[in-house]
Ligand binder design. Structure first.
Ligand code: 5RP
Length: 219
């Protein structure tokens, strides 16, 4: 199976977690895009979605799924999204698609984070995938210097402005042995909007696409 076929398999498998009559939290990226296709088949059974990016919003709307502002919902049953890396503790690196801040907000609101990945995203130690950090533009150089002090090599993601009007630094050369500690440290740097480490709030369920089928990992 190709990587995209594995992504499609988990995107569709996540439908099992969608309860009729609810608002569904929806992520961003190629795996989440397959989930949105699947959700389209249930559009008359759900109330709608809260979306983590303009790109996902556009796709949801094109399938006739109502999209709510996050402020309009008190709680969400589930949030379904992909990841760039995930470890055995279900902590993740996210933000390859630059949507990390909205993703983290919706993940915080949701009761359950259903992470959908192909098996290539599973790692023992997070950090081979460069860690995205969303930064207020005027703080870019300062934040980069602080990230160097933490042992990383930040690289400015050229020609990318996030949906929130900010920039992204991708931090290379990290072996993240204590993800919670690093998430807290980076979040504390002035000018950082969000770090793409999802360690304090990890996933609750992971659906892994493998050539032997979809495997489910629960807490
Ligand atoms: C976007 C993300 C995505 O979930 C992550 O980049 C994985 O993407 P894909 O499903 O395309 O492999 O965090 O900001």
């Amino acid at each position: 199976m190709t990587q995209d076929e594995l992504k499609k398999a988990v995107g569709w498998a996540a439908l099992e977690y969608v309860k009729p009559g609810t608002v569904v939290g929806v992520g961003t990226g190629s795996t989440a895009s397959h989930f949105i296709d699947a959700l389209g088949t249930m559009k008359d059974k759900i109330e709608g979605a809260v979306s983590s990016s303009e790109a996902s919003t556009e796709k949801l709307k094109s399938l006739g799924i109502p999209v709510f502002d996050c402020n309009e919902v008190d709680s969400l049953d589930i949030y379904v999204d992909g990841a760039d890396e995930i470890n055995a503790q279900m902590q993740m690196i996210k933000g390859g698609g630059a949507a990390l801040t909205r993703e983290k907000i919706i993940a915080a609101v949701a009761k359950k984070f259903i992470c959908i990945i192909d098996a290539s995203k599973q790692v023992d130690v997070l950090g081979k995938f460069p860690l995205p950090v969303e930064v207020i533009p005027m703080a870019r150089s300062y934040v980069a210097r602080e990230l160097v002090k933490l042992g990383g090599t930040p690289v400015y993601r050229q020609n990318v402005i996030t949906d929130n009007g900010n920039v992204i630094l991708d931090v290379h050369n990290l072996a993240i042995l204590n993800p919670i500690e690093l998430e807290n440290k980076i979040n504390a740097i002035a000018g950082v909007v969000t770090v793409g480490l999802f360690a304090n709030r990890g996933a609750n369920v992971v659906l892994v696409g493998t050539s032997d089928g979809v495997k489910t990992i629960t807490e």
